[in-house]
Design a protein. Sequence first.
Length: 303
Amino acid sequence: MLHPACLQPKDQVALLSPASPPHSSTSITVAVKQLAALGLRVVLGKYALQRTGYLAGTDQQRAYDLRTAFTNPKVKGIFFTRGGYGLARVLEQLPNTILKKHPKVVVGFSDLTLLHLALQKSGLISFWGPLPAAATGLSDFSTRWLQKAVFQKIPLGRLPLGKQTLRSGIAQGKLIGGTLSLLTTSLGTAYELETKNRIVFIEDIDEAPYRIDRLLTHLLAAGKLKDAAGIVLGTFMACKPKGPGKSFSLQEVFQQRLAPLKIPLVSGFKFGHITNQVTLPYGVQARLNAGKRTLEILESGVK
Protein backbone atom coordinates (compact mmCIF):
# COMPACT_ATOMS: atom_id res chain seq x y z
CA MET A 1 0.00 0.00 0.00
CA LEU A 2 1.23 3.49 -0.85
CA HIS A 3 1.25 5.88 2.12
CA PRO A 4 0.64 9.55 1.29
CA ALA A 5 2.94 12.17 2.78
CA CYS A 6 1.68 13.53 6.08
CA LEU A 7 0.12 16.97 6.09
CA GLN A 8 2.14 19.84 7.50
CA PRO A 9 1.34 23.45 8.43
CA LYS A 10 1.02 25.70 5.37
CA ASP A 11 0.22 22.74 3.10
CA GLN A 12 -2.36 23.43 0.42
CA VAL A 13 -5.49 21.26 0.48
CA ALA A 14 -8.48 21.12 -1.85
CA LEU A 15 -12.09 21.30 -0.65
CA LEU A 16 -14.40 19.63 -3.17
CA SER A 17 -18.04 18.66 -3.66
CA PRO A 18 -17.98 15.43 -5.71
CA ALA A 19 -21.46 14.29 -4.69
CA SER A 20 -24.31 16.42 -3.29
CA PRO A 21 -24.03 20.22 -3.11
CA PRO A 22 -23.03 21.98 0.12
CA HIS A 23 -25.83 22.82 2.51
CA SER A 24 -25.05 26.55 2.33
CA SER A 25 -22.33 29.09 1.65
CA THR A 26 -22.08 29.56 5.42
CA SER A 27 -21.12 25.91 5.85
CA ILE A 28 -18.29 26.43 3.36
CA THR A 29 -17.04 29.47 5.26
CA VAL A 30 -17.02 27.48 8.49
CA ALA A 31 -15.23 24.56 6.82
CA VAL A 32 -12.49 26.79 5.41
CA LYS A 33 -11.96 28.42 8.82
CA GLN A 34 -11.73 25.05 10.56
CA LEU A 35 -9.18 23.69 8.09
CA ALA A 36 -7.24 26.96 8.24
CA ALA A 37 -7.13 26.60 12.04
CA LEU A 38 -5.12 23.41 11.43
CA GLY A 39 -2.58 25.49 9.53
CA LEU A 40 -3.79 24.41 6.10
CA ARG A 41 -4.27 26.65 3.07
CA VAL A 42 -7.62 25.79 1.51
CA VAL A 43 -8.36 25.99 -2.21
CA LEU A 44 -12.03 25.54 -3.11
CA GLY A 45 -12.75 23.36 -6.13
CA LYS A 46 -13.76 25.30 -9.24
CA TYR A 47 -17.23 23.76 -9.20
CA ALA A 48 -17.58 23.09 -5.45
CA LEU A 49 -20.51 25.51 -5.12
CA GLN A 50 -22.39 24.38 -8.22
CA ARG A 51 -25.83 22.78 -8.05
CA THR A 52 -27.38 20.60 -10.74
CA GLY A 53 -30.51 18.91 -9.46
CA TYR A 54 -29.46 16.91 -6.39
CA LEU A 55 -25.81 16.98 -7.49
CA ALA A 56 -23.00 19.50 -6.98
CA GLY A 57 -22.66 20.35 -10.66
CA THR A 58 -22.60 18.08 -13.69
CA ASP A 59 -20.71 14.79 -13.70
CA GLN A 60 -18.04 16.39 -15.88
CA GLN A 61 -17.60 19.32 -13.49
CA ARG A 62 -17.31 17.15 -10.39
CA ALA A 63 -14.90 14.77 -12.14
CA TYR A 64 -12.82 17.75 -13.29
CA ASP A 65 -12.41 18.99 -9.72
CA LEU A 66 -11.35 15.52 -8.53
CA ARG A 67 -8.82 15.02 -11.33
CA THR A 68 -7.43 18.52 -10.87
CA ALA A 69 -6.97 18.04 -7.14
CA PHE A 70 -5.19 14.71 -7.60
CA THR A 71 -2.88 15.87 -10.37
CA ASN A 72 -2.00 19.30 -8.93
CA PRO A 73 1.39 18.82 -7.20
CA LYS A 74 0.72 21.81 -4.93
CA VAL A 75 -2.30 20.06 -3.38
CA LYS A 76 -1.19 17.77 -0.56
CA GLY A 77 -4.61 16.73 0.70
CA ILE A 78 -8.23 16.52 -0.40
CA PHE A 79 -11.25 17.20 1.81
CA PHE A 80 -14.93 17.24 0.91
CA THR A 81 -17.84 19.49 1.78
CA ARG A 82 -20.34 16.65 2.23
CA GLY A 83 -21.43 13.24 0.99
CA GLY A 84 -25.03 12.69 -0.02
CA TYR A 85 -25.09 11.05 -3.45
CA GLY A 86 -23.28 11.26 -6.75
CA LEU A 87 -19.69 10.06 -6.42
CA ALA A 88 -20.38 6.76 -8.21
CA ARG A 89 -21.33 8.70 -11.32
CA VAL A 90 -17.82 10.13 -11.73
CA LEU A 91 -15.50 7.30 -10.69
CA GLU A 92 -15.13 6.09 -14.28
CA GLN A 93 -13.67 9.51 -15.10
CA LEU A 94 -10.99 9.05 -12.43
CA PRO A 95 -8.68 6.33 -13.82
CA ASN A 96 -6.37 4.26 -11.64
CA THR A 97 -3.34 5.70 -13.43
CA ILE A 98 -4.12 9.14 -11.99
CA LEU A 99 -4.69 7.80 -8.49
CA LYS A 100 -1.50 5.70 -8.42
CA LYS A 101 0.70 8.50 -9.68
CA HIS A 102 -0.54 11.05 -7.17
CA PRO A 103 -0.90 9.58 -3.66
CA LYS A 104 -2.10 12.20 -1.22
CA VAL A 105 -4.17 12.49 1.93
CA VAL A 106 -7.87 11.96 1.13
CA VAL A 107 -10.39 12.40 3.97
CA GLY A 108 -14.15 11.81 3.91
CA PHE A 109 -16.99 9.44 4.75
CA SER A 110 -20.55 8.45 3.73
CA ASP A 111 -20.82 8.64 -0.10
CA LEU A 112 -17.02 8.97 -0.19
CA THR A 113 -16.93 5.27 0.78
CA LEU A 114 -16.82 4.43 -2.93
CA LEU A 115 -13.80 6.65 -3.54
CA HIS A 116 -12.01 4.97 -0.64
CA LEU A 117 -12.73 1.55 -2.15
CA ALA A 118 -11.41 2.74 -5.52
CA LEU A 119 -8.26 4.05 -3.85
CA GLN A 120 -7.81 0.67 -2.14
CA LYS A 121 -7.96 -1.04 -5.53
CA SER A 122 -5.24 1.35 -6.68
CA GLY A 123 -3.09 0.44 -3.67
CA LEU A 124 -3.48 3.78 -1.86
CA ILE A 125 -4.17 4.44 1.80
CA SER A 126 -6.91 6.99 2.49
CA PHE A 127 -8.87 8.14 5.53
CA TRP A 128 -12.44 7.72 6.74
CA GLY A 129 -12.87 11.04 8.48
CA PRO A 130 -14.96 14.20 8.95
CA LEU A 131 -16.59 16.33 6.27
CA PRO A 132 -15.91 19.92 7.38
CA ALA A 133 -18.97 21.47 5.72
CA ALA A 134 -21.44 18.72 6.62
CA ALA A 135 -23.87 18.89 9.53
CA THR A 136 -21.45 16.91 11.72
CA GLY A 137 -18.62 19.37 10.96
CA LEU A 138 -15.30 19.29 12.78
CA SER A 139 -15.75 18.99 16.54
CA ASP A 140 -12.80 19.24 18.91
CA PHE A 141 -12.91 15.45 19.31
CA SER A 142 -12.95 14.82 15.55
CA THR A 143 -10.19 17.37 15.01
CA ARG A 144 -7.88 15.68 17.51
CA TRP A 145 -8.25 12.29 15.84
CA LEU A 146 -7.88 13.81 12.37
CA GLN A 147 -4.63 15.48 13.42
CA LYS A 148 -3.31 12.21 14.85
CA ALA A 149 -4.17 10.37 11.65
CA VAL A 150 -2.86 12.72 8.94
CA PHE A 151 -0.32 15.04 10.62
CA GLN A 152 1.70 12.44 12.56
CA LYS A 153 3.84 9.58 11.24
CA ILE A 154 2.91 7.28 14.09
CA PRO A 155 0.11 4.70 14.45
CA LEU A 156 -3.16 5.96 15.90
CA GLY A 157 -2.99 3.26 18.56
CA ARG A 158 -6.02 2.25 20.56
CA LEU A 159 -9.34 3.90 19.71
CA PRO A 160 -12.09 4.76 22.20
CA LEU A 161 -13.79 1.59 23.44
CA GLY A 162 -16.69 0.01 21.62
CA LYS A 163 -19.92 -0.38 23.57
CA GLN A 164 -20.85 -4.05 23.24
CA THR A 165 -19.13 -7.34 22.47
CA LEU A 166 -21.37 -9.40 20.20
CA ARG A 167 -18.84 -12.19 19.75
CA SER A 168 -15.50 -12.51 21.51
CA GLY A 169 -12.17 -13.18 19.88
CA ILE A 170 -9.00 -11.52 18.64
CA ALA A 171 -8.30 -10.69 15.01
CA GLN A 172 -5.71 -8.79 13.02
CA GLY A 173 -5.81 -7.59 9.43
CA LYS A 174 -6.01 -4.62 7.11
CA LEU A 175 -8.78 -2.14 7.82
CA ILE A 176 -11.55 -1.59 5.27
CA GLY A 177 -15.21 -0.63 5.33
CA GLY A 178 -17.56 2.34 5.32
CA THR A 179 -21.25 3.08 4.98
CA LEU A 180 -23.18 -0.18 4.60
CA SER A 181 -25.46 0.91 1.77
CA LEU A 182 -22.43 2.05 -0.24
CA LEU A 183 -20.47 -1.12 0.50
CA THR A 184 -23.36 -3.11 -0.94
CA THR A 185 -23.57 -0.77 -3.94
CA SER A 186 -19.94 -1.58 -4.76
CA LEU A 187 -20.71 -5.22 -5.54
CA GLY A 188 -20.10 -6.12 -9.17
CA THR A 189 -18.06 -2.98 -9.86
CA ALA A 190 -14.36 -2.43 -10.47
CA TYR A 191 -14.05 -1.13 -6.91
CA GLU A 192 -15.94 -3.98 -5.21
CA LEU A 193 -15.44 -4.36 -1.47
CA GLU A 194 -12.79 -6.93 -0.49
CA THR A 195 -13.27 -8.51 2.95
CA LYS A 196 -10.94 -11.52 2.99
CA ASN A 197 -8.74 -11.42 6.11
CA ARG A 198 -9.77 -7.79 6.72
CA ILE A 199 -11.07 -5.97 9.75
CA VAL A 200 -14.31 -4.57 8.29
CA PHE A 201 -15.86 -1.45 9.82
CA ILE A 202 -19.52 -0.70 9.06
CA GLU A 203 -22.00 2.09 9.80
CA ASP A 204 -25.05 3.72 8.24
CA ILE A 205 -27.72 6.34 8.80
CA ASP A 206 -31.51 6.51 8.52
CA GLU A 207 -31.99 2.85 7.60
CA ALA A 208 -34.69 0.82 9.39
CA PRO A 209 -33.53 -2.53 10.87
CA TYR A 210 -35.16 -4.52 8.06
CA ARG A 211 -33.14 -2.51 5.54
CA ILE A 212 -29.91 -3.09 7.48
CA ASP A 213 -30.89 -6.78 7.50
CA ARG A 214 -31.38 -6.72 3.72
CA LEU A 215 -28.07 -4.97 3.06
CA LEU A 216 -26.12 -7.37 5.28
CA THR A 217 -27.88 -10.35 3.73
CA HIS A 218 -26.94 -9.09 0.26
CA LEU A 219 -23.27 -8.86 1.25
CA LEU A 220 -23.36 -12.32 2.79
CA ALA A 221 -25.05 -13.82 -0.26
CA ALA A 222 -22.30 -12.25 -2.40
CA GLY A 223 -19.67 -14.07 -0.33
CA LYS A 224 -18.58 -11.01 1.60
CA LEU A 225 -17.96 -10.76 5.38
CA LYS A 226 -17.84 -14.56 5.74
CA ASP A 227 -14.10 -14.43 5.04
CA ALA A 228 -13.39 -11.34 7.17
CA ALA A 229 -11.02 -11.49 10.13
CA GLY A 230 -13.37 -9.42 12.29
CA ILE A 231 -16.17 -6.86 12.11
CA VAL A 232 -16.39 -3.49 13.85
CA LEU A 233 -19.77 -1.75 13.96
CA GLY A 234 -19.97 2.00 14.41
CA THR A 235 -22.85 4.28 15.33
CA PHE A 236 -25.97 3.65 13.23
CA MET A 237 -27.73 7.01 13.46
CA ALA A 238 -31.53 7.08 13.15
CA CYS A 239 -31.62 3.38 12.26
CA LYS A 240 -34.77 2.60 14.20
CA PRO A 241 -38.01 0.84 13.20
CA LYS A 242 -40.28 3.11 11.18
CA GLY A 243 -44.05 2.90 11.09
CA PRO A 244 -46.46 0.49 12.78
CA GLY A 245 -45.89 -3.23 13.22
CA LYS A 246 -43.34 -5.38 14.99
CA SER A 247 -39.64 -5.14 14.19
CA PHE A 248 -36.37 -6.66 15.26
CA SER A 249 -34.05 -4.25 17.00
CA LEU A 250 -30.79 -3.34 15.31
CA GLN A 251 -28.86 -5.43 17.84
CA GLU A 252 -31.06 -8.44 17.06
CA VAL A 253 -30.32 -8.02 13.36
CA PHE A 254 -26.58 -7.96 14.09
CA GLN A 255 -26.89 -11.07 16.24
CA GLN A 256 -28.89 -12.93 13.59
CA ARG A 257 -26.87 -11.97 10.52
CA LEU A 258 -23.31 -11.45 11.82
CA ALA A 259 -22.79 -13.44 15.04
CA PRO A 260 -23.12 -16.80 13.18
CA LEU A 261 -19.98 -15.90 11.20
CA LYS A 262 -18.03 -16.87 14.35
CA ILE A 263 -15.53 -14.04 14.03
CA PRO A 264 -14.81 -11.23 16.53
CA LEU A 265 -17.65 -8.73 16.49
CA VAL A 266 -18.07 -5.45 18.43
CA SER A 267 -20.65 -2.65 18.11
CA GLY A 268 -20.81 0.97 19.16
CA PHE A 269 -17.48 2.43 18.05
CA LYS A 270 -17.13 6.19 17.51
CA PHE A 271 -17.42 6.43 13.75
CA GLY A 272 -20.39 7.08 11.52
CA HIS A 273 -22.68 10.02 10.84
CA ILE A 274 -21.92 11.51 14.25
CA THR A 275 -20.39 14.74 15.50
CA ASN A 276 -17.57 13.12 17.47
CA GLN A 277 -15.86 10.57 15.26
CA VAL A 278 -12.42 9.04 14.94
CA THR A 279 -10.47 9.07 11.68
CA LEU A 280 -9.75 5.58 10.33
CA PRO A 281 -6.97 4.87 7.80
CA TYR A 282 -7.99 2.41 5.08
CA GLY A 283 -5.54 -0.39 4.31
CA VAL A 284 -3.38 -0.32 7.44
CA GLN A 285 -2.96 -3.16 9.91
CA ALA A 286 -5.33 -3.17 12.87
CA ARG A 287 -5.98 -5.50 15.80
CA LEU A 288 -9.44 -6.15 17.21
CA ASN A 289 -9.94 -7.60 20.69
CA ALA A 290 -13.69 -8.10 20.82
CA GLY A 291 -13.75 -9.33 24.41
CA LYS A 292 -12.10 -6.12 25.61
CA ARG A 293 -13.99 -4.00 23.03
CA THR A 294 -10.75 -2.54 21.67
CA LEU A 295 -9.59 -1.68 18.17
CA GLU A 296 -5.93 -0.76 17.83
CA ILE A 297 -4.43 0.82 14.70
CA LEU A 298 -0.96 -0.70 14.39
CA GLU A 299 0.41 1.23 11.42
CA SER A 300 0.60 4.88 10.45
CA GLY A 301 -1.48 5.90 7.47
CA VAL A 302 1.05 8.54 6.35
CA LYS A 303 4.78 8.66 5.77
